[in-house]
Design a protein around this ligand. Structure first.
Ligand SMILES: [Zn+2]
Length: 198
């Protein structure tokens, strides 16, 4: 249409869940129909960019030094649930089935996409495991080949030489199914039916 419109459109359509048509609708909404919302969006984006970051302990999103889950004194320090994304953490939180802590690794090992273990949030995981407080690690990763490889890497490299019990989420999910899109009941069942991973 014109350069500023095209730039906004091409930026929006790269966002997850937004195709070209939805991005175009949002552009028209913000620029033509409800321009006051554009200012609100700019302010909200600036505030989020300035104040929101990754929790240095677990990798969850946080505003402040650490996230609300790390700061919650009622959580079970002896159990750690490893998830691939903040979306997965939120889905498990909604299910209400986990009262331990979390660690978000931000991705999965994928040789095809050149994602190796060094790209994942594993260094802070190693240091968390060294303090001896954690007795159980639950691998709540998806049910596909890349997640499988990631689970094995964590077991064989990150958790090597520890006496920590490792379990993996049981699956009522279809093969390749993502945790983010599972409903709460399915997730509760998957957590309760976790199996020893060895
Ligand atoms: Zn945290």
């Amino acid at each position: 249409m014109f350069p500023a419109f095209d730039k906004l459109h091409s930026t929006l359509k790269q966002l997850p869940g937004l195709g070209s048509r939805s991005a175009e609708r949002i552009c028209i909404h913000l620029l033509a129909e409800r321009p006051e919302k554009l200012d609100q969006l700019v302010l909200a984006l600036q505030e989020a960019a300035q104040h929101v970051g990754r929790c240095p302990v677990c990798g969850n999103l946080c505003q402040g030094e650490t996230c609300s889950i790390c700061e919650d004194p009622t959580r079970d320090d002896s159990r750690l649930c490893i998830v691939e994304s903040v979306n997965d953490l939120l889905a498990i939180e909604k299910s209400g089935a986990w009262k331990g802590r979390y660690h978000v690794i931000h991705g999965r090992i994928s040789p095809l996409k050149s994602i190796g273990p060094e790209s994942l949030n594993l260094e802070s995981l190693k240091s968390r495991l060294q303090n001896g407080a954690i007795h159980e690690v639950l691998l709540a990763l998806a049910n596909d080949i890349e997640s499988e490889a990631t689970c094995h890497y964590i077991q064989e490299v990150v958790l090597a030489d520890t006496s920590i019990t490792i379990s993996r989420i049981g699956f009522g999910l279809p093969s390749g199914g993502d945790i983010t899109y599972a409903d709460s009941l399915t997730l509760r069942n998957a957590l309760e039916s976790r199996k020893s991973f060895a």
